[in-house]
Design a binder for this molecule. Structure first.
Ligand code: ATP
Ligand code: MG
Length: 544
């Protein structure tokens, strides 16, 4: 059975057919705990976990913590929260640093076989000896040391007898290889830096290209999925496993194109800089492309998984339109949230023929497309607010909302006609005098006449004030076509909302009728004050 959408699954199908790993499928997600995960990592998480699910296999969460300098345990908790939020559970949670002993043994094994040597060239010399893409490299003068000598020196490195950079252990492969990664790559370096897990037990640490295949092999990983930059490293991955020779069915590395999205930062380092420089409100700022950020923004895990599924698995790098991600969010929310009335830049409405001091409760449906979401009661009386965008004193062509002399439907209420604009001394609008037609009550079956515009409203006396945080992309293109930080990525406004919104709990999502999707912000929403993040607008910018 071939699944043409996913070339990785095609490979696995073939491996299963040939019983390369028996009936086993075992993947892993291997983050380096040096920052919060971003939407690119979500792609890798979904791919690794759903692949294991599809084949009834397993997926490990493995911290790739072999570099003691950059890691910080604060990130571990965030990584686990993010994977769980996406809806996955790992088979085992493991630390690459737990394999330091075994990795050391593997290095010793290579030395004994004459496949690795201790080199004393400094960094500049090493670079010069390596050659270029057009020039073959030159062999290090230390290349032909005997295994005995290398063993002694390597042990000395481990014992801390040398300073950082004084010596390295290199694989002895081929200085003439057209693949630069195969020109005697460094596999161990000295770093007198304590490690969060192993403290000061080690002052030598394995390089990624040596450590990663061993980590995979120790865990019995069958398919080690990584991004395209590692394609040129695959021969080294295979070399390490073959030459160490401990594993009869070594894992195989498979590369896919990393996810890039327009207007979206896809680098932990860059995201960290924004946090460190105070350009954003932490790693979970709703503008950030971190999983924590998009969660606080109000995106759902279902939408993110749907997005990862739709973009598929590619073998060539490309950039996905951020509009597709937003589309997935909108599609998911459309079917599950209730709507509420909220107006911004409010204009006061006085219904002059509505009895003073009276009010009524109107029943308004919560989600037209999902009747199961029921309805709610919304107060209506003589004084209301409408949105500043829904009135024009001098209407442009095809403007069907409120303007002097025009009749519109107030959603869920009555037909209302604007009869007069009352101004303040400075010429701004004080209020609109309007009349309503009691015959036209929503749900009464009135069919006397039709109106073209429907607008929403809130009752002035019972309305509550809310804060709305409207977001734009953090990254935009400047005149020169270069990516730059958007100075207007957060615009805070104020709104008037129907009273029910005063009960919103942090994390609850709504459609603000005719406006978009919003979530009560986790950090700023309290019993007294409701602060909403705009998740996404109603209209899609995304075209198939
Ligand atoms: P960054 O470049 O942002 O620092 P990274 O690749 O160094 O990311 P790791 O913690 O090493 O971060 O990544 C864990 C896993 O996530 C790796 O297997 C990596 O290939 C994958 N990954 C990272 N970024 C992306 C992306 N944009 N698309 C798909 N997979 C990604
Ligand atoms: Mg990395």
């Amino acid at each position: 059975m071939t699944d043409t959408n996913n070339f990785i699954h095609n490979i696995i199908d073939k491996d299963l057919e040939e019983e390369k790993y028996g009936d086993k499928v075992h993947t892993r997600f291997p983050p380096e705990p040096n920052g919060y995960l971003h939407i690119g990592h979500a792609k890798s998480i979904c791919l690794n976990f759903t692949t294991a699910q599809k084949y009834g296999g397993k997926c490990n969460l493995r911290y790739d913590d072999t570099n003691p300098v950059k890691e910080d345990m604060e990130y571990v908790d965030s990584i686990e929260a993010d994977v769980k939020w996406l809806g996955f559970s790992w088979d085992q949670r493991l630390w690459a640093s737990d394999y330091f002993d075994e990795m050391y043994q593997c290095a010793v094994e290579l030395i004994k076989q004459g496949k690795a040597y201790v080199c004393e060239l400094n960094a500049d010399e090493t670079r010069a000896y390596r050659g270029t893409l057009t020039e073959t490299g030159k062999e290090s003068p230390f290349r032909n040391r005997t295994p005995e000598e290398n063993l002694k020196l390597f042990e000395g490195m481990k014992e801390g007898r040398y300073a950082d950079g004084e010596k390295v252990l290199r694989a002895k492969i081929d200085m003439a290889s057209p693949n630069m990664n195969m020109r005697d790559p460094v596999i161990y370096r000295i770093a007198h830096v304590p490690h969060h897990n192993t403290a000061d037990k080690w002052c030598i640490y394995p390089m990624y290209d040596f450590a990663h295949p061993i980590e995979d092999a120790i865990e019995g990983i069958t398919h080690s999925i990584c991004t395209l930059e590692f394609e040129d490293h695959r021969p080294l991955y295979d070399w390490v496993l073959r030459e160490v020779g401990r594993w009869p069915a070594p894992p195989q590395q498979i590369e896919f194109a990393r996810l890039n999205i327009t207007n979206t930062i896809m680098s932990k380092r860059y995201l960290k800089a924004l946090v460190d420089e105070g350009k954003v409100d932490g790693w979970d700022d709703p503008r950030m492309s971190t999983i924590a950020g998009i969660r606080r923004r109000g995106y759902t895990a279902e939408a993110v998984r749907d997005f990862c599924e739709r973009i598929g698995v590619a073998k060539a790098n490309s950039t996905v339109d951020v509009g597709l991600l937003e589309h997935c969010v909108r599609e998911d929310l459309k079917a599950r949230v209730e709507s509420r009335n909220v107006v911004e830049n409010p204009i006061k409405i006085i219904i002059t023929n509505y009895p003073e001091g009276e009010s009524e409760e109107l029943e308004i449906e919560n989600n037209r497309e999902v009747p199961e979401l029921g309805s709610r009661k919304v107060p209506f009386s003589r004084e209301l607010y409408v949105d500043g965008d829904d009135f024009m004193e001098e209407p442009v062509k095809k403007y069907f909302r409120l303007f002097p002399g025009n009749e519109v439907r107030f959603k869920g209420a009555y037909f209302i006609t604007c009869s007069q604009v009352v101004k303040n001394q400075d010429g701004t609008i004080k209020e609109l005098l309007c009349t309503y037609d009691p015959e036209t009550k929503s749900g009464s079956g009135f069919e006397g006449r039709k109106v073209k515009g429907t607008i929403h409203w809130v009752d002035a006396k019972t309305a509550i004030k809310i804060r709305i945080r409207n977001y734009d992309y953090l990254m935009i293109e400047d005149e020169k076509g270069e990516q730059t930080l958007n100075p207007d990525s957060l615009i805070e406004t104020e709104g008037y909302a129907e009273p029910l919104l005063g009960e919103a709990k942090a994390g609850e999502r709504f459609q603000f009728f005719r406006k978009g999707y919003y979530i009560a912000d986790e950090k700023f929403t309290t019993d007294e004050e409701k602060v909403f993040n705009k998740i996404v607008g109603l209209k899609s910018s995304w075209k198939k």
